[in-house]
Write a protein that binds this ligand. Structure first.
Ligand code: GDG
Length: 487
């Protein structure tokens, strides 16, 4: 791993540039003092690593803490460019505009979004910094792939400096219906910002449709099928908005799950839980979009009614998230009170119906948990995709286990073998949990097999290839014929 250096001094020679709010590495304290970078393996880096290596690519992102810019450095053979955020920018841009304005707004205002002009100004400033860094890294004619809601202004800002590059943008979270999006005081600027791209990718068709409607309503543009006509100073461009459902490294995860040590650990987990008759599992970032309270409420009522039989256990991993944002602190308190109440009411000496784990675990432990479960509960109120559902399916090489899945996830469009639910409907949720828990082994296997096929064939490498192939194709060929114009 080379020493961080001065990014600006680098030549603009990268043919593929990823721009994401975070780097794919974390800065951690070294045992003997000092700090070092550790890879934070995620689906995105797994998918993009081969493309990055082939193209001699660069990844631009923030290191995750306030302080000086790490600059350019090599980590695990990847060329990374770390940008700085000041303390105030962490507060106003990251915790404020990203996580307390856009996140709740784009998730159907489950929590009330806050609108503050100072936060917006920080959003503009930080987006400009990312766009500037991309303009400095990209070789003539390069492909630049910008990620997620934190950087929606980057496509336009980059195009203004570099109209020779091909710009893609992928939105990892939902794009809301226009009646909700219209609340955003800066809705026009956000749509214009995104339209700097050549291709806009969304998780579901409904998200792309919502965006196209926002183009018509917020900025009065004309759309035809999945394309928007944009008049730039340099001429008219056609921007495409379409669905590219993200996925996981399915083969890699199946391999981990098949390992002897992981299978052994799965058995140990069930032993440590007291060999329960049934293990239900929830794995989420502790976020109000994930429907953890609805899930606990349904589970508590099922215990009260005795419908799951004796010795049933729910393991709920709730990994710490955005702990400085108020709505997340309140949620944590509510979840912990609810868990305490259920355990107090239905537990016995030597038996707790809920095992609540407010911690993060290594990938192997996650795989062992997935393997140890009988029923996986994925019940978000709104979720762009939900990778946990796909990870659970990929892990179950034994074709065991069932999945209860919210209709309001992107994954529900793909995983037809799940027991689909509306998590707001507590009776419906309870019935789905009971059906999933009591499905015959043959039915469970049939459902799991169909979901496994889907996840195996549509993995994250295919997702990245589909997006990049479409982005690099000539714009005219990507336009569906015969679609009506709407303005
Ligand atoms: C956003 C969108 C979209 C969680 N706890 C631990 C851990 N995790 C991993 C999971 C999974 C990831 O974090 C969470 O991904 P999700 O998709 O479930 O949700 P978000 O974080 O909200 O992600 C979402 C996604 O972007 C991708 O586009 O699907 O809709 O909201 O991979 O396994 N991993 C480890 N330890 C933990 O304790 N190792």
């Amino acid at each position: 791993m080379s020493k961080p250096g001065d990014a600006a001094a680098e030549p603009a020679d990268r043919n593929f540039v990823v721009v994401a709010s975070r780097l794919p590495v974390d800065r951690v304290d070294r045992l003997g003092g000092g700090q070092e970078w550790r890879p934070s393996p995620g689906g995105l880096v797994t998918a993009l690593e081969p493309v990055m290596r082939d193209a001699g690519g660069a990844w631009i992102g923030w290191s995750g803490d306030a302080g000086p810019a790490p600059g350019a450095f090599e980590a695990d053979g990847l060329h990374l460019v770390g940008l700085a955020l000041s303390e105030a920018e962490v507060r106003y841009f990251y915790e404020g505009f990203c996580n307390a304005t856009l996140w709740p707004l784009y998730h159907d205002v489950i929590a009330p979004p806050q609108f503050h002009r100072r936060w917006w100004e920080a959003y503009v400033t930080v987006n400009r910094r990312f766009a500037q860094a991309a303009a400095e890294q990209a070789a003539p004619g390069a492909t630049v792939w910008v990620h997620d809601y934190q950087l929606q202004l980057v496509p336009r800002m980059l195009r203004e400096q570099r109209d020779d590059v091909r710009i893609g943008f992928f939105n990892h979270i939902p794009f809301p219906g226009y009646e909700i999006f219209a609340q955003l005081p800066w809705r026009g600027q956000v749509v214009e910002g995104l339209l700097g791209a050549d291709l806009l990718g969304f998780q579901r068709r409904a998200d792309a449709t919502n965006f196209l409607r926002a183009c018509r309503r917020a900025v009065g543009l004309t759309t035809k099928g999945s394309t928007v006509r944009v008049d730039d100073p340099g001429g008219t461009r056609e921007v495409q908005a379409a669905a590219f459902p993200i996925s996981i490294d399915a083969a890699g995860l199946t391999e981990i799950a098949r390992r002897d040590d992981v299978r052994k650990r799965a058995r140990e987990i069930r032993q440590a839980l007291g060999e329960p008759a049934m293990v239900l599992l929830g794995v989420d970032r502790l976020d109000y979009t994930k429907g953890i309270l609805h899930r606990l409420r349904a589970y508590g009522e099922l215990l009260h009614e005795g419908r799951l039989g004796p010795r049933v256990v729910l393991v709920q991993v709730a990994s710490p998230s955005r702990e400085r944002v108020e709505a997340y602190r309140t949620l944590r308190d509510e979840v912990e009170v609810t868990v305490g109440r259920i355990n107090g009411q239905y537990g016995e000496v030597g038996y707790s119906p809920v095992h609540y784990l407010h911690q993060s675990y290594p990938r192997e432990e996650m795989a062992a948990l997935y393997l140890a479960a009988d029923v996986m509960l994925v019940t978000p109120l709104r979720d762009g995709m939900n990778l946990v559902a796909k990870e659970y399916v990929a892990t179950r090489y034994d074709e065991g286990g069932t999945l209860v899945l919210s209709e309001f996830t992107g994954a529900a469009d793909e995983l037809a073998g799940a027991f689909l639910v509306n998590p707001h409907d507590i009776e419906g949720l309870k019935n789905a949990i009971v059906r999933a828990a009591t499905a015959s082994p043959a039915e469970a296997r049939r459902r799991m097999r169909s979901m496994r096929r889907r996840v195996r064939e549509h993995d994250v490498a295919r997702w990245a290839a589909d997006f990049l192939d479409t982005l690099r194709r000539e714009p005219s060929s990507s336009q569906p014929a015969g679609e009506p114009e709407i303005s």
